[in-house]
Write a protein that binds this ligand. Structure first.
Ligand code: M6R
Length: 366
């Protein structure tokens, strides 16, 4: 059942090229310049007339929501707010019938997310569900939706659900950008064709597995880790830290790289590994200067870089390469080495990777 892998988590990490392809199959028709998503087409007016999109989710799905915030605002120019479902539902939020609420949930059963959509519906918002489990409660309660076709995710640590959520949300943003006319034809085509190359680029990113195992061995006894990223890769830093915490029980924090100087930099010494996402597009030069600041305080730097990078290689203790892609698609690649790192560290620490202590696959209590 684990298909020859030692753990479901590893199997699911390796399934990502296929899962991402399954998610866009039948939807992304790049050569015809079409994105087919009935749930959007049938409700296009709701999306186009929305004052804003509110995204609610928990945990890893909330991180996918944060990536989506960047994508929707950047590509489709629609204002987005991302909320923890548990906070949103209890703070008497201002919701109107001009709001579109997107609920993201792998299981479709998370109690807080389900309660949040019920509340939004009562107040007249249009609710769109992005779920993996077909026929789940959130999928049924939503007015419309799109499934991530990731296949069953058994490992408690979410991996392929995250990348397929980002895939669906990217398709949605592109479709809305096209409908709104805010995208040039050539930019739209560039995105569609690039999206089709992602599965093979994920495959390539997975080839760093042996190197990542070596790096994992160096840092497996750490007690604290920092994860830094900027822009599209800030949520990836949060996700990297969550993955390490939940399966290896090492304390980890994710931060936007530029926030380091507002506090966390005080933590840096020779015992602090800092995982930095420093891919070429985005705020590369700024992240490079953050890396210099860490280095001058003797922090250990493990950087996720774009293939062929030399500048960061000179500064970092370890570099892990990922293929080049459009900036907004980088999270689909940069998250892969961080998943593998957490996995190997957890295995080396003899942790129960697939069923970490105190955690359940779906959190059906509030
Ligand atoms: O099923 P959901 O996507 O609604 O679950 C949300 C979180 O409970 C979940 O992502 C959790 O954070 C994972 N264990 C993280 O790996």
């Amino acid at each position: 059942e684990k298909g020859g892998y030692d753990h479901f988590m590893l199997k699911e990490i390796y399934e990502q090229p296929r899962a991402i392809k399954d998610t866009y199959r039948g939807r992304l028709l790049a050569d015809q310049g079409i994105i087919r998503m009935a749930g959007i087409d049938l409700n296009m007016e709701k999306f186009l007339n929305a004052n804003r999109i509110i995204i609610v989710a928990c945990g890893t799905s909330w991180h996918a929501g944060l990536v989506a915030e960047y994508i929707f605002e950047d590509l489709a120019r629609i204002p987005v707010e991302v909320e923890y479902a548990s906070e949103f539902r209890y703070r008497n939020p201002v919701i109107t019938d001009k709001d579109v609420l997107i609920a993201i949930s792998q299981s479709g059963e998370t109690a807080d997310t389900l309660a949040a959509i019920k509340l939004a519906k009562e107040k007249g918002a249009f609710v769109f569900g992005v779920c993996n489990v077909v026929g789940s409660s959130i999928a049924r309660e939503s007015d419309a939706g799109a499934y991530t076709h990731a296949g069953p995710e058994i490992g408690v640590a979410s991996t392929k659900a995250f990348t397929t959520q980002i895939t669906v949300l990217t398709l949605m943003a592109l479709k809305l950008a096209k409908a709104k006319g805010v995208f040039s034809e050539s930019r739209y085509h560039e995105y569609l064709t690039e999206l089709e190359t992602i599965p093979s680029k994920v495959e390539k990113a997975l080839e760093s597995n042996t190197l990542i195992e070596i790096i994992a061995d160096v840092y497996k006894d750490s007690t604290n880790c920092l994860y830094l990223g900027r822009g599209y890769n800030f949520p990836v830093a949060l996700e990297g830290a969550l993955k390490l915490k939940e399966i290896s029980y090492i304390h980890a924090e994710g931060y936007p790289a530029a926030e380091m100087k507002h506090g966390p930099i005080a933590l840096i010494d020779e015992h602090m590994p800092v995982f930095v996402i420093a891919t070429k597009k985005g705020h590369y030069e700024k992240v490079v200067s953050n890396i210099q600041e860490i280095k001058s305080r003797k922090g250990k730097i493990i950087a996720i870089v774009t293939e062929g990078d030399e500048q960061v290689r000179d500064l970092a203790d370890h570099v892990i390469e990922v293929p080049e892609t459009l900036e907004s698609l980088t999270p689909l690649l940069t998250t892969i080495p961080l998943q593998l790192l957490s996995y190997h560290i957890a295995v080396m620490r003899n942790c129960n990777v697939d069923q970490p202590r105190n955690l359940a696959k779906s959190v059906t209590v509030e």
